[in-house]
Design a protein around this ligand. Structure first.
Ligand SMILES: NC(=O)C1=CN([C@@H]2O[C@H](COP(=O)(O)OP(=O)(O)OC[C@H]3O[C@@H](n4cnc5c(N)ncnc54)[C@H](OP(=O)(O)O)[C@@H]3O)[C@@H](O)[C@H]2O)C=CC1
Ligand SMILES: CCCCCC(=O)/C=C/[C@H]1[C@H](O)CC(=O)[C@@H]1CCCCCCC(=O)O
Length: 329
């Protein structure tokens, strides 16, 4: 008999999440039935989507949604051997029973020396978001100028590096000077701290006086309202996320997008990375290859201890992470 620890949503978030909105529970797991396997979480992911999706899909008392890299510690399913690592969608819990159907194996070419936690970040869902968003939504071409915000995070840092691989000029914004220094280190052409610039409009103009062909928007809100005015004619905006709005109790008001969209003949498209579920393998293979070759660099903000999941989640929403926010059990 195994006892799992799990974080539940005690109270729906009002505004910014608080540690008191979560409760740590113990759950006795039953013995495995034929076809089942027992997972032990090794790394758990904290992601922005947990804020809006918990509001939309969860009720109080539910285990927090989320993914983990887990080790199989017992198996009554011949397709899964004990000791193997998988990406699971078991929520914020130390142990879970699975029938194997919802599990993703790490790519077979995963080098032993590479942290398996990358399967939650650069070589996982956030990396794929960058890959498909840039290729399929922005449709970037060599020589174009790409703008990305939340650029030092899990998605943004990959967006910038893939755009560089694709022969683009890349401008990134982030919320601290350390993050800006990191962006320069990993090859961004221009980077600025959106919290300290006197004028966002000027900072964007200075970074690219001719404007932007592509804007990969992770933030939404005021940033997006200002950036849209600096798009080039026929520019493309990939609406990936709107983290500046996730904690709002009252929806923000415009400026509205129609006038710049018409004058500049822009394309603006929202997307969810699961649209390309049938090309997951292609994306992971490409990302893994670039990481192994050193063409895509990664950084992880690792919080130690399952008991610190709420703190890690809140810290990520506050911008305390450089690269992917991960919890190591
Ligand atoms: N459409 C899709 O399929 C997917 C969308 N996403 C979206 O992509 C975005 C980035 O996700 P991810 O890379 O995992 O997260 P990050 O690793 O980028 O972490 C979140 C970052 O957002 C920034 N941030 C927080 N609040 C604000 C704010 N008010 N204004 C500006 N920036 C803010 C912080 O960086 P800073 O210090 O720079 O402020 C923080 O570090 C999110 O909006 C997420 O919802 C992610 C995955 C899939
Ligand atoms: C206005 C909200 C925008 C949120 C954008 C975002 O961050 C989307 C993230 C999804 C990503 O594209 C694929 C995912 O896995 C994220 C959603 C996960 C939903 C969890 C569902 C419940 C579960 O895990 O059991």
């Amino acid at each position: 008999m195994v006892t799992a620890k799990a974080w539940v949503l005690k109270k729906h978030f009002e505004g910014f999440p608080k540690t008191s909105d979560f409760d740590l529970k113990k759950i006795e797991l039953p013995n495995l039935k034929d076809g089942e396997l027992l997972l032990e979480s090794v790394f758990l992911s904290v992601d922005p989507y947990m804020r809006p999706y918990s509001q939309r899909d969860m009720k109080e008392g539910d285990i927090m949604i989320g993914t983990q890299v887990a080790r199989i510690i017992e198996s009554k399913n011949p397709a899964f051997t004990v000791g193997a690592f998988v990406v699971a969608r078991s929520g914020w819990r130390t142990h879970a029973i699975s029938d194997g159907k919802d599990l993703q194996r790490l790519p077979s070419s995963w080098p032993e020396s590479l942290p398996k936690s990358l399967a939650l970040g650069t070589v996982g869902m956030p990396g794929l978001t960058a890959y498909f968003g840039l290729l399929e939504v922005c449709k970037v071409k060599p020589g174009e100028t790409v703008l990305v915000n939340a650029a030092a995070g899990a998605v943004g840092s990959v967006v910038g590096q893939l755009a560089k691989i694709g022969g683009c000029k890349v401008v990134g914004s982030a919320g601290s000077d350390d993050k800006v220094a990191y962006l320069k280190k990993i090859g961004f052409d221009e980077a600025f701290n959106y919290k300290t610039v006197t004028s966002l409009d000027e900072a964007l103009r200075k970074a690219s006086p001719d404007g932007y062909d592509c804007f990969f928007d992770n933030v939404g809100g005021e940033f997006a309202s200002i950036a849209i005015n600096q798009m080039k004619k026929y520019g493309r905006i990939a609406v990936c996320g709107a983290i500046s709005q996730y904690n709002d109790s009252m929806p923000q008001k415009g400026p509205y997008v129609q006038v710049p969209m018409i004058f500049k003949e822009l394309q603006m498209e929202g997307f969810i990375v699961t649209r390309w579920n049938n090309r997951w393998e292609e994306g992971l293979k490409a990302l893994l290859k670039w990481v192994v070759e050193g063409k895509v660099k990664y950084h992880e903000q690792v919080t130690e201890g399952f008991e610190n999941m709420p703190t890690a989640f809140i810290g990520m929403l506050k911008g305390e992470n450089l690269g992917k926010a991960i919890v190591k059990v």
